[in-house]
Write a protein that binds this ligand. Structure first.
Ligand code: SAM
Length: 347
């Protein structure tokens, strides 16, 4: 089995059945330890012991979509909806800047009214003016090519849009009929074409997902060659149709993180909040599996609980921007340190 990992590291790809073997055996401790170690080496060769930080600002939990897995889906009546003003978003950036953040990630539910898009473009422009040296990442879902271009022209540099699953049938089981797999993929194509550093990814262990689906995801990402790869476990939310489904597995998530690191040595790969929510040591285990980014929460304290994508979402301690010292200490305990650089993708 060592030879399979070495082959992946050297050739950056495997045969279908070889990927399946790794995924099927993520519970094998020795195999997982070995691939995590190899992925760590590749990550350290590229980034040293630096972990880039991004300040995550959850700008709105208003969403027109009804994704079956997501706690802020349109039909969840138990959500207290909020939308941050531009002034409040800028204030979050100021706080983040003072703490040392040089990337701001604006994430939110999907809204596509002209008024909302215009506000967004204006917000990005204002952030760009005040924080000229910082990177602006957006994670705001599907928009028209025109709006993506306006956001780019206003100064946004990066865009995260997980494809969620590259299998169309599986996509349809996770989303309402109003959403289309082909549009999501088209959005990714447009984002890349415009020149955004583009990120995509999946939830591991989402309902109905098979090992074959995951191999398809690996192939999709291999073909797309995104600059960022975001993967985390699916976690159930009590007010969604998937409330009773089990969470994704830690081991399978760590296996996939390492596979992606070995295939994409230069990619920016976060150790996600979902992983940190799944287990107290999840964040660090993600780093030890080859992740090189963490995204502490910079949202206003009063609104954090309202951005509840899944149950018990971590937003305190090392998960929060105020907890940077704790995060630094945790990372130091495994030999890593926070990098305050912008941390762009480097080709
Ligand atoms: N609306 C934007 C979009 O669709 O890309 C950004 C916000 S959306 C809430 C961000 C990501 O959260 C999704 O891409 C999805 O993978 C993840 N997410 C949503 N619900 C989740 C759940 N129950 N468990 C794990 N991740 C979840």
């Amino acid at each position: 089995m060592n030879s399979l990992i070495t082959k992946l590291r050297n050739e950056r790809t495997l045969l279908q059945e070889e990927f399946s073997f790794l995924l099927d055996n993520s519970h094998n401790r020795q195999l997982l330890d070995e691939i995590n170690q190899q992925a760590r080496e590749v990550s350290q060769h590229q980034f040293g012991n630096k972990i880039y930080i991004r300040g995550l600002i959850e700008i709105s939990n208003c969403c027109k979509n009804d994704c079956l897995y997501c706690g802020i889906r349109k039909s969840n009546r138990n959500v207290e909806r909020y939308r941050l003003t531009t002034a409040s978003i800028i204030e979050c950036c100021r706080e983040g800047y003072a703490l040392g953040f040089r990337t701001f990630v604006l994430q939110g539910g999907e809204e596509t009214t002209a008024i909302n898009d215009n506000n967004l473009v204006d917000t990005v422009r204002q952030i760009r003016q005040e924080f000229s040296g910082c990177a602006i990442t957006l994670s705001l879902g599907e928009k028209s090519a025109e709006v993506y271009q306006q956001l780019y022209d206003a100064g946004a540099n990066r865009y995260l849009l997980r494809h969620e699953t590259s299998n169309e049938e599986h996509y349809q089981r996770l989303h309402p009929a109003t959403m289309s797999h082909s549009n999501r993929l088209e959005c990714l194509r447009i984002l890349k074409e415009i020149g955004f550093q583009t990120g995509t990814g999946i939830m591991v262990g989402s309902p109905f997902q098979t090992i074959d689906n995951l191999v398809e995801d690996i192939r999709f990402i291999e073909k797309l060659q995104p600059q960022m790869i975001g993967i985390g476990p699916f976690l159930p939310h009590c007010d969604t149709p998937f409330a009773q489904y089990p969470p994704g597995k830690m081991e399978l998530t760590l296996m996939l993180l390492s596979i992606f690191r070995l295939m994409h040595p230069k990619a920016l790969i976060p150790s996600t909040t979902a992983l940190a929510t799944l287990a107290p040591d999840g964040r660090l285990r993600g780093v030890l599996a080859g992740a090189n980014v963490v995204m502490p929460n910079l949202s206003p304290q009063a609104d954090r609980k309202k951005y509840s994508l899944y149950n018990n979402k971590a937003a305190l301690g090392a998960e929060s921007a105020e907890g940077l010292q704790l995060l630094a200490e945790q990372l130091a305990s495994i030999g890593y340190k926070i990098s305050f650089e912008r941390g762009d993708f480097e080709d």
